[in-house]
Design a protein around this ligand. Structure first.
Ligand code: G
Ligand code: G
Ligand code: MN
Ligand code: NA
Length: 260
């Protein structure tokens, strides 16, 4: 049986679940948000990571029901997150291009926020740069409407798409998530001219974001040295194994009960 045919069955049987990865302030170490990452507890194949089924779901259009489930589940779990002090973390959900193109997206999100009671600013939607490039006007309209609701909009994998930045002028973006490949070469030996160039690109992306009043989250932060350097160039937040691995919702609750 094809894996794609098993997606609707798996949805019906509750085989999908979400892990959450911390989005951590580089200024004070606080938990700003978490990114929802879908997993599939497949009855025969074990736990599948998204790279083994998201592409398939996108090709077949099954990303619409699957992505809809992810959105609803993320909002349902996030509404229970309350912080002893300060703001509770927002939940950041990846949106595939098919979801952004669909006419019903804004209605779906509005209804979901109303039904769960999640404050709009505690939901962030991650759109890749390539989504912005391959789509036309409807998604821009949809994203504007979502931003008008108060939902946060992040550009995912920033720096790896086309270098056309016009969409930053036309869209109500709140955060740039700089792709991990810019972070990976940081603080490499001085004799590697490529990594020095990488550091300058990263510093420039942070300046660009701040000039546009956007916050910057660096992805793929794997070491303390990388986190230090990112903090030094003014990067606002980080995501990566050094700051926290993806983990089940209990971990978010445990953190909120006793933040480190
Ligand atoms: O979880 P992992 O670290 O393996 O994530 C791999 C990729 O899958 C990432 O690029 C992430 O953006 C994507 N991904 C994870 N969850 C979702 C989801 O719910 N929807 C979409 N469209 N992509 C997701
Ligand atoms: O949506 P996005 O493509 O940004 O999803 C984040 C992906 O990056 C997930 O697959 C997640 O597991 C992965 N990831 C998270 N932290 C790290 C890290 O520190 N290093 C690497 N190589 N991958 C990471
Ligand atoms: Mn993402
Ligand atoms: Na990313």
């Amino acid at each position: 049986q094809a894996l794609s045919a098993a997606i609707p069955v798996g949805l019906e049987r509750g085989e999908f679940y979400l892990d959450y990865q911390p989005l951590t302030s580089l200024h004070d170490g606080s938990l700003l948000g978490v990114e929802a990452l879908v997993r599939w507890r497949h009855p025969q194949l074990g736990v599948l990571r998204p790279d083994s089924f998201i592409g398939l779901a996108e090709e077949t259009g099954l990303i619409v029901p699957l992505g809809g489930w992810v959105l609803a589940e993320a909002c349902r779990e996030a509404v229970g997150w309350t912080a002893a002090a300060g703001e509770p973390p927002y939940v950041s959900v990846n949106l595939a291009v098919r979801q952004v193109r669909r006419p019903g997206l804004v209605q779906e999100v509005r209804a979901l926020l109303r039904r769960t009671g999640l404050p709009p600013n505690r939901l962030q939607l991650e759109i890749t740069e390539s989504t912005m490039m391959t789509t036309a006007e409807e998604p821009v309209r949809a994203l504007r409407a979502l931003a008008d609701l108060g939902v946060r909009i992040a550009i995912d994998d920033f720096g790896t798409g086309y270098s056309n930045l016009a969409y930053l002028r036309d869209l109500p973006v709140t955060d740039l998530k700089v792709a991990g490949e810019f972070v990976r070469g940081l603080r490499a030996p001085d004799d590697d001219p490529g990594s020095r160039t990488g550091e300058r690109i990263l510093a420039s992306l942070v300046s660009l974001a701040h000039a546009l009043d956007l916050s910057v989250t660096a992805e793929g932060v794997e070491t303390a040295e990388q986190a230090d350097w990112l903090r030094a160039i003014g990067c606002d937040a980080g995501q990566g194994w050094h700051l926290g691995r993806p983990a089940p919702a209990d971990q978010v609750l445990a953190y909120l009960a006793s933040p480190q």
